[in-house]
Structure formats: structure tokens, C-alpha cells
Design a protein around this ligand. Structure first.
Ligand SMILES: Nc1ncnc2c1ncn2[C@@H]1O[C@H](COP(=O)(O)OP(=O)(O)OP(=O)(O)O)[C@@H](O)[C@H]1O
Ligand SMILES: [Mg+2]
Length: 257
């Protein structure tokens, strides 16, 4: 089966600094694939290359077999490739529910311009978006704070809201970059449970960067280890944790994760 995401021989340098080195990874459809590696290994850079925020110097990125290397981040988003959003500053003055309702529609036919002169259609559209937002906010466990300003939510609740925003579209694959950072254990459990449900019940594929090994162990198979911009190894969490090279990369060089 064609992998959902394929990164093939990708290179990226910033000035003279080579950050991604002839890197190739594949993410299988329906998987929750983990990505770990020491600080500065190039994980976030690789995400930005996949999501389209950065352009590779060479190499190719494919989504479901289609070369998307030349597409903008926005075009990739509309093909169902999402990376978690930071909650934008101006959105902190909207309620949690309104934040979900602001997510640009990912569906053709939900284009507001197409319905601009048809108020009845717009109202029906808004009602549909609101229903979906209410479903989503319930799903991520934030129903009780739906009318709170997003800016007043805790760090963990904001992460759940970010996850909710990805659910407002019909995502195929979601890239999560250190979503567990600063989240308390209870909310982290909710977050993991929600990711599992999105994966199992709704067919989402995830690529998860995480330093939290407990989260990686609970969620991810396989796990890709990135070091100095290329893949050091890929395998189950057990394989990875017992690999001497990985142990050295994490704990040997003083740059423990
Ligand atoms: N826009 C940029 N311009 C210059 N250098 C950059 C840029 N973005 C990243 N880098 C450098 O590229 C290297 C890899 O950074 P990256 O953020 O991808 O690492 P990471 O694996 O995500 O690390 P961490 O685990 O700390 O988040 C680092 O040395 C970083 O300083
Ligand atoms: Mg990073």
C-alpha cells in the first residue's frame, strides 16, 4: 500500500547549517507514527517541510502518492494535511467554541464565496458549522468551558482546543509537534485518549513529535529516531529504547531530551 506521507531524500540548510540530511521517511496510512530525537535533530524543521511552511533544497514530499513539494501550506491544508495550530493571539478574545467555528472549511462546497448571495444557505452553513463545533468540543472534553475566552483556558485545555481545531476539517493526516509539553497528567490522558479515538474510530493518521516517552510508548508504532537531520533507526518503542546507538544519542552526548 502507498504510504500516506513519503519524504524522499530531502535536504534543507539554513545558511551554511545543514539541518536535514538526505532524509527519507514514510508514514503508513492509519498509523500513529512517533518521531523522537535529541534537541536540534531537525524534527520541527522536517514537520515544516512536510506541512509546506518551508521548501526543501532538494528531494520530494508526497501525500498519498502525489508530489506535493511545490504546493503551498494552504494547498496542502486543503488536501487534508494539518499541523496543529498555535492559538493565534486575536483568537484568545473569542470563546473556545468560536475558535472552532473559525477554522477554514476544508470541504469544497463549503466555500463561503459560493454562498455569499444566498443568506438562507449561509445560515444553514453556520448552523452546520456550529453543530459540528459543539460535537467536537464535547469530543475533546471542553464542553464545560465552551463559552470561556480561549485566552483564559489552561495550557492543557489550549492543546485540546488545538486538537479540536484539526477535527473541524476532514483531516487525513495530522502532525503534532510536542503537544504534551506543559500539559498536566490528567489532561494528557484525555489528549492521548482523543488521539487514539481519532485514529481508531475516524481513521486519522498521526505523525507525533514528542519528548515525553510515556506518551510515545502509549501511542506510537512505529517510532522514527531522527538524529542530525536523518533517520537513525525506525522500529517499535521497545526496539528503539534498547538500541545502543539511540541510548548514546540521547544520553551519551549530554543533550538528553
Ligand atoms: N529558520 C531557521 N533558521 C536557522 N536555523 C534554524 C531555523 N530553524 C531551525 N534551525 C536550526 O536547525 C536545527 C534543527 O532545529 P529543529 O527546530 O528542527 O530541531 P528539533 O529536532 O525540533 O529540536 P527540539 O527537540 O529542540 O524541538 C537547530 O540547530 C536550529 O537552530
Ligand atoms: Mg522541535
Amino acid at each position: 500500500m502507498t504510504p500516506l506521507i513519503e519524504v524522499e531524500n530531502v535536504n534543507k540548510a539554513f545558511g551554511g547549517l545543514k539541518v536535514i540530511n538526505d532524509c527519507s521517511i514514510q508514514v503508513a496510512k492509519g498509523s500513529v507514527t512517533g518521531m523522537i530525537g535529541p534537541n536540534g535533530a531537525g524534527k520541527s524543521t522536517l514537520f515544516n517541510l512536510i506541512a509546506g511552511a518551508l521548501t526543501p533544497d532538494s528531494g520530494q514530499i508526497r501525500l498519498a502518492g502525489e508530489d506535493i513539494s511545490a504546493l503551498s501550506a494552504d494547498q496542502r491544508f486543503h488536501k487534508g494535511l494539518l499541523r496543529t495550530f498555535q492559538i493565534a493571539h486575536e483568537f484568545s478574545h473569542m470563546s473556545a467554541l468560536e475558535n472552532l467555528m473559525m477554522v477554514p472549511p476544508g470541504q469544497p462546497g463549503e466555500n463561503l464565496f459560493a454562498t455569499w448571495f444566498k443568506p438562507g444557505v449561509v445560515r444553514a452553513h453556520e448552523a452546520r458549522v456550529k453543530r459540528r463545533a459543539l460535537d467536537v468540543i464535547d469530543f475533546v472534553g471542553l464542553y464545560h468551558v465552551r463559552n470561556e475566552l480561549a485566552g483564559n483556558l489552561s495550557g492543557g485545555q489550549k492543546k485540546l482546543l488545538e486538537l479540536g481545531r484539526t477535527m473541524m476539517t476532514d483531516a487525513k493526516v495530522v502532525l503534532l509537534d510536542e503537544i504534551a509539553a506543559g500539559v498536566n497528567r490528567t489532561l494528557l490522558g484525555d489528549l492521548i485518549g482523543n488521539i487514539e479515538r481519532l485514529n481508531r474510530e475516524m481513521g486519522y493518521t498521526f505523525l507525533v513529535i514528542e519528548h515525553d516517552m510515556e506518551m510515545i510508548a502509549r501511542l506510537c508504532d512505529p517510532v522514527i529516531v531522527l538524529a542530525q537531520g536523518s533517520v537513525m533507526m525506525e522500529g517499535s518503542i521497545e526496539d528503539v529504547q534498547s538500541n545502543p546507538e539511540v541510548i548514546e544519542a540521547y544520553f551519551g552526548g549530554g543533550s538528553a531530551a
